[in-house]
Design a protein around this ligand. Structure first.
Ligand code: SAH
Ligand code: MG
Length: 951
């Protein structure tokens, strides 16, 4: 790509996509039809016998009047559409990538475009600007026919794009567009008139009457007059933001009405922002043009600088909303002409929506809004699993944050450390990846990303629009999946930003100490340049809030947990014995009210009939988490807490005006009512990760590894290998293993295992010093309760966390078959220790009850995983294994991982190690009838990098 400068950004936006060109040319006569195609993926893993169901793919057919074309298949619908459009353009002989005009050419085009706006044809065009031109013809007196330049600047993106080509600074100082349009108008003195000190343009000759008539008639289908609610944002922070009503008469021009509300004579003196808020919104900020903005229109191009010497004071709240400086009072209104709507489009803006927009600019605000729980939800501290996360995802939120604050898109780079010699980077975010590699010159490899052990790391970088670095986050943690690493890195950046927004006065060093583990590097100069004005507004909010703190001494401190800001706590209802624990999802119903001290009245602010969150991650405000952790299912709680920042309360309140007056006149606090409806147990692997370090699964692998090393085993079979996590990990350690085999009945797991092991072995093959001697690897599809002679007499067999997934009689059947027919020299079997569940499921309750009856507690425990058919106590497991060993001439020893064997209730995962007592020579004799092949080879590796499937 080009040298990454600003002009490139502009160019990219300038260029029309193939689809846009087709639509522009053919309009409704171009019909795009997208179909789903289910494809069998061929490139997944060579030699894999199972047809792998690929992701859903799309194909687009494009029907044009003369011919039709069909695209290739794509993962995304829009790519399929673009490809079809591209093919059509090829057939039509249209070059989809016209040369980007130079600054001079852009300037000429701009002049021509402005001229076109004042042509006769334009009055019957589809442009949103057309409405303004017609409204101008209804303006009175001197204003008759005059079109404010500010609407031309913001309503026509084509003009703005041309301006960007003339001067890249337009990207960050949008008001410059206005300057260029006024300048263009002065070059069109034959057609239009501008006059000194006016930000408006007139057409020189009147429109022919018939054109004028027909346009106005077309336009005036709109009803009589309209009243819309808008928001007045005074520049002085001493004055409250308040609603205003805009009365626009059927013949009036709304910009003139807004102007009068800002104490200006008419709309020609008003500046208009680009739209803010949602993509489809017409919400804009309106503010008076400072006198010094009236430009010296004669100076030459292209070195126009933005006029900076605004008189009047900075409007911090409006600037904050807009992300660029705004001076003087402002009005926030949602009104305008759009391509879609006939006539004037308008919507009311309430104070509540203003406050929602305000908090939407902070990451925790985005999260709270996405959860519809402004006073209850909180941005979680950790991203655990996709299934447990509720609300917007961190990566998504980070993109949104950057967009809202006029920053470049975040740049992610992930790297996997599965090879010791070279760390391999894989880039997945195409657009940013290009920028990134242009800068660092690093080679990037795509694909991969599927690794079984925790070995993906992700870095994020945030840049300003002009590519100055602002923030960098380089987490040390590794994750299993690329996606997880990305979400976690994004979350760290968001959490750091949140900490800053909570207290923008905090010195950077202190902030970094406070949030130490976030691995953030901030570029203070660039950061504060960007965020200094936010600092200002957040201060104000903090100060105001401070005055309203709940007075701890005026209320009952007996039932309080002051260190958590919880007062007047009461929990009621019978104890069901089912408590939420870390990692589980708690389902609550709740309501939050504003209560006024000394009065019985309450103002309900927020309530939800069902709201779920993951315990132990900070996904709700600390008070709700602490209280919920003390409740059992079915109980209700009530407590009070101090007021949060005012903007949150007002964003939650339906009746903002009333709430506002309550807040400003009286001492109040928030009262929470919570009922714990139910809890869902955390998934097993999540619990193992959260509660054990290293995670229990890793401890099991290490346990097996130790036996593999001690026994100098050269052959290994993993019974119930699942996705191959053990086999994959073993390849990372030097052992004597030469042949490894996995068996499972789940095809889905096996195909995942095949991919992972295949990629690991391929990499090892390329590595200079391979650290494994494994020459052969096979994956079989089959049940371990059935014998297959190809797996007879291995040095070691493992069966980790598998038997509990079978019925108990099948587990016994497996035990008999494995020790009688497969006869590995050593067999390691692990399974959950049921007695340990009480600890897992109780672990997070902050208060330990004074030991209720042990037995009932045990009975209330569920299995660790819904797929478990049983979970055994230590006694049950001992019985099973001892009896089995004796029957088949094996010895057995018991051990485990997680917890301790000496202390109650024993290990978290219990393990039996069986050793054959029969001399190997005798064991090697296979009985004839046993030479059976019941398993199907799913994937096989022969040590030379060749893999195949044999059916
Ligand atoms: N051993 C792996 C997977 C444990 S999950 C690990 O530690 O990560 C249990 C696995 O047992 C699942 O993959 C399931 O498909 C497999 N399984 C259950 N019954 C089986 C049977 N009869 N034969 C083979 N595999 C079985
Ligand atoms: Mg299990």
């Amino acid at each position: 790509m080009e040298n990454g400068g600003l002009s490139v950004v502009a160019v990219r936006k300038m260029k029309l996509t193939p689809k846009a060109i087709i639509v522009q040319k053919f309009g409704r006569n171009a019909q795009f039809t997208v179909d789903e195609v289910q494809d069998v993926v061929q490139n997944g893993c060579p030699g894999l016998a199972i047809p792998q169901k690929g992701p859903c793919l799309y194909r687009c057919s494009l029907q044009l009047p003369e011919f039709s074309v069909v695209s290739e298949t794509f993962k995304k619908k829009k790519d399929a559409e673009q490809s079809a459009a591209e093919k059509a353009l090829e057939k039509l002989g249209i070059d989809p990538s016209p040369n980007v005009p130079s600054a001079e050419e852009a300037w000429d085009k701009l002049i021509a475009s402005v001229k076109h706006l004042f042509s006769n044809e334009f009055l019957s065009s589809q442009s949103p600007l057309r409405g303004h031109f017609i409204a101008a013809l209804r303006r009175d007196g001197d204003l008759y026919g005059s079109v404010p330049a500010s609407v031309i600047a913001v309503c026509d993106s084509k003009l703005a794009n041309l301006c960007k080509l003339i001067n890249p600074k337009v990207e960050s100082s949008h008001l410059l567009v206005l300057t260029y349009i006024m300048r263009a108008a002065t070059r069109l003195s034959e057609f239009v008139v501008t006059s000194e000190g006016q930000l408006s343009i007139w057409r020189k000759d009147p429109y022919p009457p018939e054109i004028k008539e027909s346009s106005i008639i077309q336009q005036s289908e709109s009803p009589d007059s309209i009243c819309i609610e808008a928001i007045h944002i005074p520049s002085s922070l001493e004055m409250a933001v308040h609603p205003v009503t805009l009365n626009v008469s059927s013949t009036g021009y709304y910009l003139d009405v807004i102007a009068r509300n800002l104490d200006q004579t008419d709309g020609n003196k008003i500046l208009v922002s680009r739209t803010i808020g949602k993509a489809s919104s017409e919400m804009r900020l309106y503010f008076a043009a400072p006198k010094s903005y009236l430009l010296d229109l004669s100076s030459d191009l292209p070195n126009v600088e933005e006029v900076v010497d605004f008189e009047g004071s900075l409007n911090p709240r409006a600037s904050y909303l807009y992300g660029q400086d705004i001076y003087g009072d402002a009005i926030l209104a949602s009104i305008g002409y759009t391509r879609k709507s006939e006539g004037l489009f308008h919507e009311d803006i309430t104070l509540q929506s203003y406050y929602r927009m305000l908090i939407h600019l902070t990451p925790s605000g985005v999260y709270k809004l996405s959860r519809e729980a402004i006073l209850t939800a909180e941005l979680p501290m950790a991203f655990t699993t996709r299934t447990n996360w509720r609300g917007s995802f961190p990566r998504e939120m980070l993109f949104m944050f950057c967009r809202q604050h006029w920053l470049s898109e975040p740049v992610f780079s992930t790297c996997s450390n599965s090879l010791k010699e070279s760390s391999e980077s894989s880039r997945f975010y195409e657009k940013s990846a290009a920028l990134e590699s242009a800068e660092t010159g690093k080679e990037c490899t795509s694909g991969g990303g599927t690794a079984a052990s925790d070995n993906v790391r992700c870095e994020v970088k945030i840049f300003s629009k002009s590519r100055d670095p602002i923030l960098e986050c380089s987490p040390k943690e590794f994750y299993k999946k690329q996606n997880e690493s990305i979400e976690n890195a994004s979350l760290k950046v968001l959490s750091w930003l949140n900490a800053y927004f909570k207290d923008p006065d905090i010195p950077l060093e202190k902030l970094n100490n406070l949030v130490g583990a976030l691995d953030i590097q901030c570029y203070p100069q660039n950061f504060f340049k960007k965020f200094s004005s936010y600092r200002f507004i957040h201060n104000v909010q903090q100060r105001k809030m401070g005055e309203k703190l709940l007075q701890a001494n005026s209320i009952n401190t007996l039932n309080a947990i002051p260190e958590h800001g919880i007062y007047c706590l009461s929990i009621g209802g019978p104890d069901s014995g089912i408590y939420p624990s870390n990692g589980c999802l708690s389902f609550i119903s709740y309501s939050v009210s504003l209560v006024i001290e000394g009065e019985t009245m309450k103002e309900l602010l927020e309530s939800r009939e069902e709201f779920e969150f993951e315990m132990g991650t900070g996904a709700v405000i600390p008070q709700v988490e602490v209280v919920t952790a003390q409740m059992s299912v079915g109980q209700s709680a009530c407590f009070c807490k101090e007021l949060p920042p005012q903007e949150l309360i007002l964003a939650a309140a339906d009746d903002s005006a009333r709430t506002f007056s309550l807040l400003s006149s009286r001492a109040c606090c928030l009262e929470y009512h919570i009922t714990l409806l139910r809890v869902t147990e955390p998934p097993e692997d999540r619990m193992e990760q959260a509660l054990f370090s290293p995670p229990l699964s890793k401890q099991r692998v290490e346990y097996a590894l130790q036996h593999i090393k001690e026994s100098c085993a050269t052959t290994l079979v993993d019974f119930g290998c699942g996705s191959g996590s053990l086999l994959d990990s073993l390849l990372d350690y030097p052992t004597a293993l030469e042949k490894i085999v996995g068996v499972d009945i789940s095809q889905k797991s096996l195909s995942r295992a095949a991919k992972i092991i295949h990629s690991k072995l391929s990499k090892k093959l390329d590595a200079a010093v391979p650290c494994t001697d494994v020459k052969s690897a096979v994956l079989f599809d089959g049940s371990i309760t059935v014998f297959d002679s190809r797996l007879h007499g291995f040095d070691i067999g493992t069966c980790l966390e598998v038997i509990e997934h079978m019925e108990e009689d099948e587990a016994s059947q497996f035990g008999n078959i494995v020790l009688s027919s497969f006869r590995p020299r050593i067999l390691i079997v692990s399974t959950p220790n049921y007695e340990y569940n009480a600890i897992l499921q109780k672990s997070s309750s902050t208060i330990q009850e004074d030991d209720p009856d042990e037995k009932t507690q045990l009975q209330s425990c569920k299995f660790r995983n819904h797929d478990h058919k049983f979970e055994w106590t230590r006694d049950q497991f001992n019985c099973w294994a001892t009896e089995l060993a004796a029957r088949h001439n094996y010895s057995v020893e018991f051990s485990g991982v997680g917890g301790s064997g000496d202390r109650e209730p024993g290990f978290a995962s219990q393990i039996a190690v069986f050793r054959s007592r029969t001399p190997p020579e005798e064991d090697d004799l296979l009985k004839d009838g046993d030479s059976a092949h019941h398993y199907k080879v799913i994937w096989e590796w022969d040590g030379n990098g060749l893999s195949r499937s044999s059916l």
